[in-house]
Design a protein around this ligand. Structure first.
Ligand code: GDP
Length: 211
């Protein structure tokens, strides 16, 4: 997170509250729970054995925060390596990114490190990045990545950090609320021009859109 921000503008909502659109991308290894976090946040649902996302899926949700409404356009990307080349299409122009790892998988943490590096090099220079360790409900018996490790990585890269559980709902709302609060304080990053255009959605088993 760096650089000056412009105050983003959007259409006035009823009651004079401005609605600001924010493009948010979820990144992380396959199976870390990106879709589950999005579905928990948007629909309040959790599915034990959800299908993998193909390409990317799209959801929206509004967060209201002191005289401001932020409408998150959430792009849930596929974690499989074969879709990696599509990722820039989603994170370019994104104003926020949530990098997800699974606290029970060291490999997913290593992958999160490379996503952060890639975002720092190639995404919008003003992007707000939050790092989250999901599956915190499994911490007692299956934890492989300590909370300190996550916190340290976030501090080194000037990111917001939280652990969460899409299964129990723990801290999922906080992820989006923290991003909204950061934007309320510093302004919404202006979207960069060429990014994330014309993404075609098709249906995969009726569950999620894909590109
Ligand atoms: P994605 O590939 O990153 O989108 O991951 P999914 O959302 O598809 O989740 C992968 C698997 O992890 C599914 O079987 C989910 O039910 C499970 N899962 C997701 N979040 C959690 C969580 O917070 N706790 C637990 N125990 N399982 C989860």
């Amino acid at each position: 997170m760096s650089g000056a921000r412009t105050n983003g503008s959007g259409p006035p909502a009823q009651g004079g509250v401005k609605v600001q659109n924010v493009k948010l991308v979820l990144l992380g290894d396959q199976g870390v729970g990106k879709s589950s976090i999005a579905l928990r946040f948007v629909r309040g649902e959790f599915t034990e054995n959800s299908e993998a996302t193909v390409g990317a899926a799209f959801l929206t949700q509004v967060v209201n925060i002191s005289q401001q409404s932020i409408k998150f356009d959430i792009w849930d990307t596929a974690g499989q390596e074969r879709y990696h080349s599509l990722a820039p299409m989603y994170y370019r122009g994104a104003q926020a990114a949530v990098v997800v790892y699974d606290i029970t998988s060291q490999k997913s943490f290593t992958r999160a490190v490379s996503w952060i590096k890639e975002l720092k090099q190639q995404a919008n220079s003003q992007i707000v990045i939050l790092l989250t360790g999901n599956k915190a409900d499994r911490a007692a018996d299956h934890r492989k990545v300590s909370k300190d490790e996550g916190q340290r990585l976030a501090e080194e890269n000037n990111l917001i950090f939280t652990e969460c559980s899409a299964k129990t709902g723990m801290s999922v709302g906080e992820i989006f609320m923290s991003i909204a609060q950061t934007m309320a304080r510093h302004g919404v990053p202006s979207p960069e021009k060429d990014a994330g255009k014309s993404v075609k959605l098709e249906k995969d088993s009726g569950k999620k859109g894909c590109c």
